[in-house]
Design a protein around this ligand. Structure first.
Ligand code: F3S
Length: 396
């Protein structure tokens, strides 16, 4: 792989061992994928934050990076942790887990990573411009930044995003190159898209059918930002989709429309979505109902507050968001409305990366196919419902 003089010096260890090791990782990865060079990246979004996934080995690895002097040279935000960093006791998170989780956050903060703890950094001001190269991890974040914002990233991992944050570069291959951003299949939507749950279901079916190929959607209606975030999250869960185009919706769609000749069209109907849903749902005992996969926007916080005002939820409805949105929702009085109704609002974490079994959860109700997919995979009986229905069930 071609390296600039500066990159060669970094490889020689002139900027320290952490920089050298990070660059070695990126060069090795790029070589596997045939990258000819490295490109500067403007920002990173780092995954692999929950102590549930990292365990002791992953935590020690992060601490080693920090001890070697790893420091971010570009903006880097952080994916959700395994608990609300302030209200973890109220969540029922075991103390041993909390100690591990705090070590993880300390390591990231000492390396200069912003402890945003959210999978929706684009809702709290981390909004890369169209066409810029970034290094982002986490399925919904990657799908959103590539598709809706038109920036360029591969589906990075925790270690590679940290390496890019430390070096300021990434290997040039995959979705960083225009030729790999062309559509591979047309998805003709003939399903009714009446709710965000429908968009989530559409994404889930698309991912199942396409794997990691790039879809070009026709008939997507006019999804709001929240529908696009849940659809992308689902696309990236059942398959490995990192980029989608929507006619009249996404910034590269007009360009992508120039490459539709001769590619296959697949139709998705309500029946396909219902069949996919039937494979996830079961009949949970004593479910806890959750909203916020991906993390709630302020608009979703407001909608939820309006829905639950004056109700009696008895702790059965949990809402997950980022600390950035939480702060705004708190100022607007929305957190109080939800909590006064007996709901709970947590930041920094989510229904997938928190240690739900250890917290005593028995079943899950969610409005997210991504959340439902993982909840079933983790052995929970699972319901998939619209937010309206979740609130009604939580009130029973
Ligand atoms: Fe985000 Fe957690 Fe869902 S990371 S997309 S809220 S699984």
């Amino acid at each position: 792989m071609y390296l600039t003089r500066k990159q060669e010096r970094m490889m020689d260890g002139e900027e320290g061992i952490a920089v050298r090791k990070s660059l070695e990782l990126l060069v090795a990865l790029g070589s596997v994928f045939g990258a000819e060079k490295l490109v500067p990246v403007e920002s990173a979004h780092i995954s692999g934050v929950s102590y549930k996934n990292l365990g002791e080995a992953g935590t020690e690895w992060l601490e080693e990076q920090a001890a070697m002097g790893a420091k971010c040279r570009i903006r880097a935000t952080l994916n959700p942790a395994g608990m609300d960093m302030e209200k973890w006791e109220e969540m029922g998170v075991p103390e041993e887990f909390a100690i591990g989780q705090k070590r993880v956050l300390d390591a990231f903060v000492s390396m200069g990573v912003e402890p945003t703890c959210t999978c929706t950094p684009y809702l709290i001001g981390h909004v890369p411009r169209r066409g810029t190269q970034v290094a982002w991890a986490e399925s919904n974040a990657v799908c959103f930044v590539n598709s809706v914002l038109g920036a360029r990233t591969n589906r990075e991992s925790g270690p590679t995003t940290l390496a890019s944050a430390v070096t300021g570069v990434a290997a040039l291959y995959g979705y960083r190159l225009p030729e790999n951003r062309k559509p591979a299949k047309i998805i003709q939507v003939e399903a009714d898209l009446d709710s965000r749950l429908d968009y989530s279901g559409l994404g889930y079916v698309t991912g199942k059918l396409l794997g990691s190929a790039v879809p070009f959607f026709r008939g997507l209606g006019l999804p709001d930002m929240e529908s696009m975030k849940t659809m992308g999250a689902a696309c990236a869960t059942s398959g490995g989709i990192a980029l989608w185009h929507g006619m009249g919706i996404t910034p590269e769609a007009e360009w992508a429309a120039g490459y539709l000749d001769g590619i296959e069209t697949i139709t998705i109907t309500n029946k396909d979505i219902e069949e996919a849903k039937a494979k996830i749902v079961s009949d949970p005992d004593n479910p806890t109902y959750c909203i916020g996969c991906p993390h709630c926007s302020l608009k979703e916080m407001e909608e939820t507050a309006n829905m639950v005002r004056g109700k009696s939820l008895d702790g059965k409805l949990w809402v997950f968001t980022s600390r950035g949105v939480y702060e705004q929702a708190e100022k607007a009085g929305l957190v109080k409305v939800i909590e006064d109704a007996g709901g709970r609002v947590y930041r920094d974490t989510c229904m997938v990366v928190a240690p739900l079994h250890e917290m005593g959860w028995q079943g899950v109700g969610t409005n997210s196919f991504k959340g439902g997919h993982y909840s079933t995979a983790h052995g929970f009986g699972t319901k998939l419902q619209t937010v309206d229905d979740l609130v009604k069930e939580a009130e029973k």
